[in-house]
Structures are given as C-alpha cells and as structure tokens.
Design a protein around this ligand. Sequence first.
Ligand code: NDP
Length: 610
Amino acid sequence: MNAIAEILRETIGEDDFNPKALKEKYLIERDKRLREDANDQYIEVTGDYSNYVDDPYVDVAERAPLFDEVECVIIGGGFGGLIMGGRLREAGFEDIRVIEQGGDFGGTWYWNRYPGAMCDVESYCYMPMLEELNYIPKHKYSYAPEIMEYAQNIARHYNLYNNSLLQTTVTAMEWAESVEKWIIETNRGDRMHARYVTLANGPLSRPKLPGITGINSFKGHTFHTSRWDYAYTGGNSEGNLDQLTDKAVGIIGTGATAVQCIPHLGAAAKQLYVFQRTPSSVDVRNNCETDPAWAESLRPGWQERRTSNFNILVSGGDQEEDLVSDGWTDIFRNLTGVAAKTASRRLGRRLTAKEKELLLEIADYKKMNSIRARAESIVNDPAVAEKLKPWYRQFCKRPCFHDEYLPTFNRPNVELVDSNGRGVERLTENGVVVNGNEYPVDCLIFATGFEVGTTYTRRAGFDIVGRSGQVLSQKWKQGLRTLHGLQTHGFPNCFFLGFTQSAVTVNVPQSLNEQARHVTYILSQVRARGKTTVEATIEGEAGWVSEMTSKAKMGEQFRAECTPGYYNNEGKTGNPNGFFSFAYGAGPLRFFEILKEWRLGGELDGCDIR
Ligand code: NDP
C-alpha cells in the first residue's frame, strides 16, 4: 500500500506533511472536546430563557381567532414553505394557507438579521425559483436583506400572503377521523380544519443556549444572534453598530454565524472578546457583483442546469464543467473527481474503495493545511494565528468562507479568548470566565447555534396526533420512520419537508424544491384519481427505513473521528435524532433519482390512496 500511497500523495501534490502525525493531532484535539453530556450541554429556550426567542423585529398585531377550513396548510414560511406553496399553486391548488411564527415570510432569513449575515452558497443556485420570478441576485453571494426580500417576493408572486397567518405558532395538530381532516390549533386561538398539511418548519430553527454555570447570573445585556438587538447595538445588517463604541462586548461561539458578525463587532465595539472553543475553517470568500452581460446571456432552464451541476460536483460526482467554481466545488473537485481520475490513470486501473478513502484523506489534509496557512498569513500575532487553526477534517464542521474575519484579530480592540477546547467556564454578574480569568463585558452575544439532535416534535414545538390517537413523538421515539422522508404511516395527508430521512444537500433549497415537487405530484395524483386521502403504508415505510438503514454506515467512521459538533451529535454516536440519521446515506444524487423513478412508475408505490 505504501507505494500506492506515494502515488496518491504525488497526485494530490502534497509532499510536505506527515498524515500519521496529523491524524494523531486531530484525535488529540477531538478528545479535548468530547464530553459525556454531548447534546445535553445545551439549554432549551423555554421558561426562563424564552425571551431569547421573542421576535425583536415587529410588535404583535392583535387579530381575532379563525375557525375555518382550508385545503392545504403549510406550516413554516421559509424557503421550504414558499417553494411548497409555489409548486402547489402551479399545480392548480387554490386554497392554501401558510402559518408562520415570524412577522413575515423568510424563515431563517427573517430571523437571522445579524450584521454581515449572508449566504455562503452561490446565490444563483441558492435562491430558488429565480427563473419563475425573473430575478437575478445582485451578488455571487447574497446578503441577508436581499434574500429576505426575495423570499417575500416569492410569497407575493404566488399570492401566498392572501389567507396566510403570520405571527402565529401552531400549538396542536390532530387527525379527525370522522371528517378525514386535520384540526390545527394555534397560539392565537385559531382552530381550523385542513385536508392536507405540509410541515416546513426548518432543520435549524430553534436557537440553543449553552448550559454554562451562572448563565442567569450575568447582569449585562444578552441576546442570541438569531434575534439581533439593533435597539441596543445600533446599526443594521450592514454593520455600523454605533452604540457599541463605548461598550465591552463578548461573543460566545465561532461557527458560521459568528464568522460573519465578528468583523462588524470588531469594527464597532470599544473592546471585543471572542470566546472560542473550536476554531472554524475559514477559506477565501471572493464575493463579486453579478455581471450584467453574464445575466443577459442566460438561457431558459439555466438555474436548473447550474443547480444540478453544483449539486453533482459537491456530491462527489463528475461534470465536464464547473459552472459555480467556488470554494465548495473546489473542495470536492480536489477531494474526489480530478485527483481520483489522475491517480487511476497513473496506476493503470480503477482505485479500490480503500485507495479512494486514502486519497480523500490526503486531499483533505492538503486542504486543511492551506486553511491553517491562511490563518498564519493573515493574522499578525503568531500565537493568535495558531489558536485560529482548525485541527479536524474539512467536513467535520461546516466550512466557512470570509475575507474579513481573520483580519479582525489584528485589531487592537479585539481579543481572542481561546478555551483550549473546554468552552466558557462560567458566567458571573459582570462577565465571562475562561481559563480562570474573568472578562467583564457590558453585552454578551450567544452565537451558539440551533437545536440539532433533539426530537423532531421538540424542535417543531408541538406534537402531532394521527390516526387512532397515535402520537408522533411516540412513533418516532426510537428514530424516524418515513416513506422517502416525506410521509409516515398513521398520519395521512401529512408531509414533512426538510431533513427527515431524505437528502442533505449543501444547497438546502434544492433539496426542498425536489421534495416540494414530489409532494405536489402526490397531491395532484390524489386529486386526479378523485380521492381525498393518501398515507404511507406500513410496507412502504418499512421499505424506506430498511433502505435508510442499509446506507446508514456511510460516513460513520469519518464522523466518529471528528471534533464534536452538530454534524456528529457532539461526538456521541447512536442518537436516533442525530443530524446524519436524518440523511440518506447514498447521498442527494441517488435520492433525487429514487424520487424521480418513483414518480415515473406512476403507481404511488407504498402509498394507500382512498
Ligand atoms: P454553530 O452550531 O455552527 O456554532 C455554535 C458555536 O458556539 C460553535 O463555535 C461552538 O463551539 C460554540 N459554543 C457552544 N457552546 C459553547 C460553550 N459552552 N463555550 C464556548 N463556545 C461554545 O452555529 P452557527 O449559528 O454558527 O451556525 C449554524 C448553522 O447555520 C451553520 O452550520 C450553517 O449550516 C448555518 N449558517 C449558514 C450560513 C450561510 O452562509 N448559508 C451562515 C451562518 C450559519 P464548538 O464548535 O466547540 O461546538
């Protein structure tokens, strides 16, 4: 194997490192961060903490409760709900109601308005239905306000505002056998009947807080990044946080969100402390405005072609051309496609699975070496640069791309407080304690992410009672059971969009689009056949659960060696609600094919239609 390993190393073009030593270093760094309480280290934002999820953007508008009936209810007005609404309208469904907790459409882009918020995935792929709306984003990577406005334009385009309930939270959902409809109740006292319900409540929508000792002792100002308090900081999504000029600010977390807002905090605050447990991998952003000549040159069907090209490349597939050509596709082109082809040419045969894995590992080390070298070349103080280096494989955590994050640590008013993997020790009345030192702050910002790995119904905020009184939380107690991630037996006319035994994609709206198309197809078939209910059969569901299980091992070893994070259940295997237990192991390309073949079959296999 050693001679082959040499060829693989030469193919990747990396000869100045020791893979064995790197692997050992990665495991040492992982072990520092492993903790027994894993997911339980986080606090649910209810009770004393519920103010962390209040909507800071609008006042509650009073309205009378509704008691009525709708054909299609969609829960969630983010991209999932919007695409679902749009596809249903296109298929001729008129009677649609979106129920959304926020004050407007937008989902994650409604809530996440923190300074610097933008999308890491190319806008021409990420923003769905661009051709339907005849819209071209302003930049290669869009900023949050444009994405939120665009989401609201989708709602207008498909007339989804009409009949929708904003600022409304579903509290209960129960199947009424006698009328074969769902009864939905909300926090506004509504009680409505619905024939079909689609849940599009988002995979990462509930903010989480770290269970730090003394979290309630801190007397200063606090908020979570997904509820940014501009009344306190001043400024807006573009920055200019002018009320922080006399403030000492602390931020806990250095994930994708923190990477985007820290440059603005660093530019404004009198003093900024960045409390770090694990550094992110931060690569080049290189954003640019959309070239009007390029936009002009686009021909019908362009978005589907581009999105599919991107998805194939970032799922490890091969494409003649890389249309997006950015940090994401660069990672995968190097990790898989080109390198594997070159190596197999040199060996005169196809690579074995083991050789492919080795190639991947070497390419990964190379990529991460370049990320670490980037920190070193940008950050002036070598000791600080060292602490900003990520020691894990590229997809252990979500890769970040930013050009101003690392330079922020060259500012004299910004201090990186690295906890050497242990995290914040405790909070006091005045501030934050790390490594035994207290850092007094006026304001503490939690950039600590969102619930992943807790049960579906806990994250949804309500349970669902299906046929014969069966409760969803009970049914899914030992893990999800679905047909294609979209339906579950005993819960007729109910569909789940998102990551519930379907495909996890880099470009999330693409997966939502495929799912919405599929649900729309099913409902159109039910209608065309003059029926009114559709439900996954026990056999249909069992078939998909077995397919999920047979592919579940993919990536398990990789994740077990990763530093903890939500991708690997905070380092604990076996959580039936873990992020990747929701994901089809054979990947999105195969998943989309399966859905397509199923539709082409035309038999609605595994569904009972009445
Ligand atoms: P993450 O879950 O990625 O990050 C949470 C951060 O909080 C981590 O750095 C974590 O450290 C830290 N943390 C948690 N507890 C403690 C503690 N006790 N002490 C110190 N630090 C602590 O949340 P984000 O909001 O950053 O991102 C969530 C997801 O949202 C991303 O993965 C991405 O999918 C999405 N996102 C997408 C963007 C886009 O461009 N499309 C932009 C922003 C977010 P540790 O790593 O050690 O756990």
